[in-house]
Ligand binder design. Structure first.
Ligand SMILES: Nc1ncnc2c1ncn2[C@@H]1O[C@H](COP(=O)(O)OP(=O)(O)OP(=O)(O)O)[C@@H](O)[C@H]1O
Length: 247
């Protein structure tokens, strides 16, 4: 998995990256130059984690500044982005677009330029590697949420991106399903960026980036950043900022 020493570290470079949604500055002046195999992104609800995840996946471009993941401008160079980064969202229903498992897993491979037959063969090989050859013709609509999440994971693993972004993908799942998916995740060969508000999800990350109100509050070794984050969250929990309406 991502912590193995034989995985080439991914390189993330942010230069004064800012992002607005409507009139609102959601991320502001992010500056970072980091090599990692497992990077955690932590922060409160609304701190900008998902927006950063979408930027890192190249699904949107920053309004200002420059972002490079493994040297690739992932928003501008979509072809290179497909082999650089994949993202797993919390709700698999937002990700899955095809009626059967094989079509879904093959789709990304076709996007990468494989012909239909080659993409189908490669998708079958991935299903077999996950012990899910029997799922090939299964209608996705009949699968459980956990099974749909696994289909999304297999679809991304099939594309072999260097970096996998997890945006709280297992948040709504029960404990055994989450544990099983985490085990399947161990078959992914590349680096991981794991986004979560919960420090316990990020225990395997060597480095953690802490976002606060769209800015980097801290970045460093997880053993230092996570306890500081937890202490601050406990302190803020004693207040009542839930009463504050957005400005
Ligand atoms: N499509 C949108 N339209 C308007 N505002 C948005 C949109 N997406 C995000 N925002 C706002 O941008 C800010 C950052 O949102 P984002 O989802 O990136 O934070 P987050 O840290 O992932 O939060 P959460 O943990 O709740 O998912 C929030 O204040 C949110 O309300």
């Amino acid at each position: 998995m991502s912590t193995q020493a034989d995985i080439a570290a991914a390189h993330l470079r942010l230069e004064q990256v800012s992002c607005r949604i409507g009139p609102r500055a959601v991320l502001e002046g992010l500056e970072l130059d980091l090599r990692f195999r497992a990077l955690g992104v932590v922060g409160r609800n609304g701190s900008g984690k998902s927006t950063l995840a979408r930027l890192l996946a190249g699904l949107m471009a920053p309004d200002a500044g420059q972002l490079r993941l493994c040297g690739v401008d992932v928003a501008a160079d979509r072809a290179a982005a497909l082999s650089t980064v994949g993202i797993l969202f919390q709700n698999p229903d937002h990700q899955i677009i095809f009626p059967t498992v094989l079509e879904e897993v093959a789709f990304g491979l076709r996007q990468q330029g494989l012909r239909r037959r080659d993409a189908d063969d490669a998708a079958r090989a991935v299903l077999a590697a996950f012990g899910k050859a029997a799922w090939e013709e299964a209608p996705v609509s009949t699968l459980s949420q956990g099974q749909k999440s696994l289909v999304c994971l297999m679809s991304i693993v099939a594309m072999r991106p260097r970096v996998l972004i997890l945006d709280e993908p297992f948040a709504g799942l029960d404990i055994p399903t989450k544990a099983q998916l985490m085990r399947y995740l161990g078959r992914y060969h590349g680096s991981v960026i794991h986004v979560s508000h919960a420090p316990e999800d990020l225990a395997d990350c060597e480095t953690v980036l802490w976002l606060e109100q769209g800015r980097i509050r801290d970045v460093g070794a997880s053993g230092t950043v996570l306890p500081a984050y937890l202490a601050e969250m406990t302190r803020q929990g004693e207040g009542d900022d839930i009463s504050d309406l957005p400005g």
